[in-house]
Design a protein around this ligand. Structure first.
Ligand code: RP5
Length: 164
């Protein structure tokens, strides 16, 4: 649901991050949570980053997912500028396979947390954002529980196939 009143803000440093971030969008769609997406670069569009971060909560955004690769300063800088929870997605890179991205995002100083997911794991970022929203939304919480039950069922089916 790409709506006028999105509640999850998905941002990324470059359009080259989109393949990774698409899985976060897919999770929002699965759970019926409204989202928006934007390219916001800490280095190439720093003023846009400041504007986005300072105004997101006024526009109704509840959680920000920020993906970046390499010198991945976007999630941390956004977190320093917004009161909203920020989930960081380290995007895999060609030369250092995303370890650079991970280290750039995960080691935040005390006081300014970024909830960092695994390298390339946009899906978990989407799920974490949904779970944060579900704390105050019983219907969404039920959907999260059903999603988990489905995961369990998939594993059980794989086990059954192994035993066949
Ligand atoms: C970062 O630099 C982006 O998040 C991207 O992961 C990386 C490379 O960007 P491009 O050169 O592909 O635009 O800012």
């Amino acid at each position: 649901m790409r709506e006028n009143t999105p509640i999850i803000g998905i941002i990324m440093g470059s359009d080259s991050d989109l393949p990774t971030m698409k899985s976060a969008i897919a999770i929002c769609e699965t759970f019926g949570v409204s989202w928006e997406v934007a390219i916001v670069s800490a280095h190439r569009t720093p003023e846009k980053m400041v504007e986005y971060s300072k105004t997101a909560h006024f526009r109704g955004i509840k959680v920000i997912i920020a993906g970046a690769g390499g010198a991945a300063h976007l999630p941390g800088m956004v977190a320093s500028l917004t009161p909203l929870p920020v989930i960081g997605v380290p995007v895999a890179t060609k030369h250092l396979q995303g370890v650079d991205s991970l280290y750039s995002i995960v080691q935040m100083p005390k006081g300014i947390p970024v909830a960092t997911v695994g390298i390339g794991n946009g899906e978990n970022a989407g799920l974490l954002a949904v779970q944060i929203l579900a704390v105050n939304d019983p219907d969404l919480l039920k959907k999260v529980q059903e999603y988990r039950q489905n995961l369990t069922q998939i594993v059980q089916e794989k086990q059954t196939k192994l035993e066949d």
